[in-house]
Design a protein around this ligand. Structure first.
Ligand code: CAA
Length: 257
């Protein structure tokens, strides 16, 4: 399965969506983003896909929204185009998404990585919100997701100076999960995808939904939501199988229902 700006490949239990505009460091134009979001929505419906990896190439995850596509637009054109609205659809994806980042993850590229559920990076990854340097500011979630991930002062530092941070800094700041040598970043993401794909799918879905709930609810509302999802899992065959297998000291066999 392939299209102009992305390459989609399926492996056992998971899929990889790779951005494919290497000449412009995977700048995220509207066509590429429509293809990415469309691919995620269609993979979300496929039963044999349990997890998705988003990636670029060694030099760039993505160097941001396509500046040339926006440069001459008026405010009203930007408003009616509302190109970042399609990014909201990523929040609705039920399966876990792992960003495998190497090279530049800037502006929209950093925002896209932060829209994923986990981030594995190579040692040469660089994260940043450099929009301030071109007369704008983050527009695809940067001010909100970055602040939640790293806190106010560090978010201010990145957004107001436009400075790039290294993979090591990003790890220390809690923006990403893991840093590995460049030759292993995709392999590491695949290991995680395989591990998640081996878990009971309904529990994975409800667990992801519950963690995300923490971002837009009170602690009380979130705890109630979590508890209901926990109880709901007792309606699944996988819960019965998981607990039975534990008692019988054997590996569970998941049915996904
Ligand atoms: N949009 C369009 N084209 C881009 C691009 C972008 N975001 N980033 C890089 N490119 C293009 C360059 O124009 C260049 O194309 P040409 O060969 O046709 O000139 C090609 O990719 C290679 O880039 P460079 O020659 O600049 O490569 P470099 O190694 O010297 O520098 C870089 C790399 C520091 C990442 C530099 O390309 C850069 O600063 N890119 C822009 C980063 C940026 O400002 N991102 C934010 C965009 S706005 C945004 O994302 C808004 C939002 O919130 C969603």
């Amino acid at each position: 399965m392939s299209s102009t700006h992305i390459i989609v490949t399926k492996q056992h239990g998971y899929a990889i969506v790779q951005f494919n505009r290497p000449d412009v460091l995977n700048a995220l134009n509207m066509k590429l983003m429509e293809e990415v979001v469309g691919a995620l929505e269609s993979l979300d419906k496929e039963q044999d896909v349990r997890c998705v990896i988003l990636t670029g190439n060694e030099k760039a995850f993505a160097a941001g929204a396509d500046i040339k596509e926006m440069a001459d637009a008026s405010a009203i054109e930007m408003l009616t185009r509302d190109q970042f609205a399609r990014w909201d659809r990523i929040r609705k994806i039920k399966k876990p998404i792992i960003a495998a980042v190497s090279g530049f993850a800037l502006g929209g590229g950093c925002e896209l990585a932060m829209s994923c559920d986990m981030v594995v990076a190579s040692e040469n990854a660089k994260f940043g919100q450099p929009e301030i340097n071109i007369g704008v500011m983050p527009g695809a979630g940067g001010t909100q997701r970055l602040t939640r991930a790293v806190g106010k002062v560090k978010a201010m530092e990145m957004v107001l100076t436009g400075r790039m941070i290294s993979a090591e800094e990003a790890l220390r700041w809690g923006l990403i999960n893991k840093v590995v040598p460049v030759e292993y970043y995709l392999e590491e993401a695949k290991n995680w995808a395989r591990e998640i794909a081996s878990k009971p799918p309904v529990a994975v879905r409800l667990a992801k939904e519950s963690v995300l709930k923490a971002f837009d609810t009170t602690i009380e509302g979130g705890l109630e939501f979590e508890r209901k999802n926990f109880y709901l899992l007792f309606a699944s065959d996988d819960q019965k199988e998981g607990m039975k297998a534990f008692g019988e000291k054997r590996k569970p066999e998941w049915k996904g229902k």
